[in-house]
Design a protein around this ligand. Structure first.
Ligand code: TRP
Length: 334
């Protein structure tokens, strides 16, 4: 089957800054997918209302997230890039789907329980039905492939349940959405403090953001934990050293990496030198993205044009889906 006919859809939350983990875990896959599939990438501003009721900085966040993703290579000419609230058909489909979602299953969602624990004073109905809105996003374009990380697997499982209920009750309209990752290889981007992955919630020096200045990148890398070096040739690497090598593998030349591997194995490695080299290569990688994103962010006329064109294409696809939905549901009285 022609891949261009297969529909890929994903949503990007307009909260926080893009970090290296997002880049290698998500955005880079979007950039590859857009060439081969029919892609919809959406800024999930409505979803952000479930946890961020203060909207005073929302516009800035939406502009930034768009700019950062375009700077990373998302191409509004190749993929449909739009903002969720610009496509009101999303809300209509969400309403229909809400009648197919049971309160009991929604209450059991891991992300819901986590948010209840974090914000016990704002357990709103939107939070409960977050996975329903996410399902609406996906099936609005009748997408079957959803490039997302592991943390979204339960939401996708719920999406499949809602889709199956709809199809069973009203007629086969929607394909079952599946989590999708380019080439199956999920790249792990380790944090700089030797524990876990790079993520938003870690301590501020453990995560490299695509908006970080050259000085800050250098400072974060130079602070990463090391030790006195291997005590014997071909010693096993401790976790925090493995992490440095993994980061180097992402942004440095293969010859640089093998040079430090050799130095490690014959115990001549100097971690200060390794970190300086990693910092230099990381800066070479991040600086052009940061600068491009900054320029785009200041060009609101361009961003508005991108959003408008994206919304138009997304609404076209959405209207056709809703026509089918209403017909199947018997809501076509005229
Ligand atoms: N819930 C997703 C996240 O937290 C964002 C999202 C919203 C999404 N709508 C989507 C992802 C549709 C995939 C498909 O990252």
């Amino acid at each position: 089957m022609d891949k261009k006919k297969q529909i890929v859809m994903s949503g990007i939350r307009p909260t926080g800054f893009l970090h290296l983990g997002n880049y290698f875990g998500a955005v880079r896959n979007y950039v590859r997918l857009q060439q081969e599939y029919s892609c919809f990438f959406m800024v999930a501003d409505l979803h952000s209302l479930t946890t961020h009721p203060d909207t005073s900085s929302l516009k800035g966040h939406v502009y930034r997230v768009l700019s950062e993703n375009i700077a990373c290579g998302l191409d509004p000419e190749q993929a449909v890039l739009y903002c969720q609230s610009h496509v009101p058909e999303t809300a209509e489909l969400y309403l229909y789907l809400n009648m197919l979602a049971y309160v009991g299953e929604l209450e059991k969602t891991v992300t819901f329980k986590e948010k209840v624990r974090l914000h016990p004073d704002n357990v709103n109905a939107g939070l409960l039905t977050y996975p329903v809105l996410q399902t609406a996003d996906i099936i609005l374009h009748r997408a079957a492939l959803v490039p997302v990380g592991k943390d979204q697997e339960q939401h996708l499982e719920m999406a499949r349940n809602f889709v199956n209920r709809f199809n069973h009750r009203y007629g086969e309209i929607f394909p079952e959405p599946q989590a999708f990752n380019f080439g199956e290889e999920l790249i792990k981007v380790p944090s700089l403090d030797g524990t876990g992955k790079m993520s938003k919630s870690e301590n501020q020096y453990a995560t490299l953001y695509l908006a970080d200045s050259d000085e800050l990148i250098k400072k974060k890398i130079m602070r990463a934990k090391t030790d006195a070096g291997p005590a014997a040739p071909f010693a096993e690497k401790p976790d925090y050293i493995v992490n440095l090598f993994q980061l180097m593998q992402l942004v440095s030349e293969p010859s640089t990496l093998s040079q430090f591997e050799t130095a490690y194995n014959d115990c001549t490695i100097r971690y200060g030198d390794m970190k300086s080299q990693l910092a230099a290569d990381m800066i070479k990688f991040i600086a052009p993205i940061r600068e491009k994103a900054l320029l785009l962010q200041q060009d609101s006329a361009y961003l508005q044009k991108v959003m408008e064109a994206g919304a138009q294409k997304a609404r076209e696809s959405a209207r056709e889906t809703l026509r089918l939905v209403k017909e199947a549901m018997g809501l076509n009285y005229y």
